[in-house]
Write a protein that binds this ligand. Sequence first.
Ligand SMILES: Cc1cc2nc3c(=O)[nH]c(=O)nc-3n(C[C@H](O)[C@H](O)[C@H](O)COP(=O)(O)O)c2cc1C
Length: 323
Amino acid sequence: MDNKRIYLAPMVGRTDEHYRAFVRILSKNIYLYTEMITCDSFLHTNRKDYKVKEEEKNLTIQLAGSDSKKYGQCASIIEDNGYDEINLNIGCPSSKVVKGEFGACLMNYPDKVADCVYEIKKSCSLPISIKTRLGLGYEENLDLLFSLINKTKLSGCNKYIIHARNAILNGLSPKKNRKIPALRYSDVTTIKNSFPDLEIYLNGGVDDILEIRRNIDKFDGLMIGRKIYDNPMFLNEIEGEIFDNKKVLSRKSILVKYLEYAMSPQNKGTSNYLLLRHLFSLYYNTGSSKKWKKYLHDIIQADREIELITNFEELTHGEEIKA
Ligand SMILES: Cc1cc2nc3c(=O)[nH]c(=O)nc-3n(C[C@H](O)[C@H](O)[C@H](O)COP(=O)(O)O)c2cc1C
């Protein structure tokens, strides 16, 4: 799969450092993302002190906001801290985000976004990308997206990740905005064909190997979120089928490796909840899924020894583990 990239989608409440460590155990080829963070939160919390670990490379940080100067301030710190790329969130439809004048509503203000790109470019040498939607509201035309790309490419962005549906800003929750309106992959193809020199990545609803194969060659790569979170072993399939990496791991060995990470000195003092909350779907679609969830839940609730995670399969006494 020469030069094609698959990205883990940024997901608030999910793609934190522990989840990224877990994902990296399952896949050495996937490109990683942080959760979205506003420029203000980045500058005024300890997120600005976080140094990227070798294992989580390639890692893109996703920023949100509409004050170009603040993007510039974040950018130089981000470069020093070892991130590989800066992504602007121009796709989030939540009402909180709309009030703060960032996310998808900035599709209406392409000049403002271009200024933000310009300030980042001035402050660091990292690649810049934009994650956005096909448009706003129910009208299916690409005018806003064309305008956004045309303006921002002039200020130095040459990479776009497109969630292949519009964002509905009034009345639909972010969750509904990931199902409604319908996906339009062919419109993302139109964008790629119109801007052959730009990197264009397809996002939204990619949930099996066939779909990856069907689409990856049409674009510079793909971005996948929910399917990976809901079934981490899908990464094993991606490694084997797409990246031809036959050294895939069993669930037990994934847990052994994750335990090594979780018990390393850097995580001293971190709660079991934060360390273990992303492991619940490891046995997704197996006969042991329900038991595993309860087992993990008990370790978290009772604050029991984290080492117990690797004992699970012995305790299931040969029940059907395989999917
Ligand atoms: C729980 C959750 C949180 C999300 N948070 C973000 C975010 O921080 N930034 C962003 O650009 N998109 C966010 N998204 C959207 C995803 O990045 C992605 O665009 C969307 O889920 C569609 O891809 P998928 O069908 O592969 O999941 C989030 C999605 C989920 C499910």
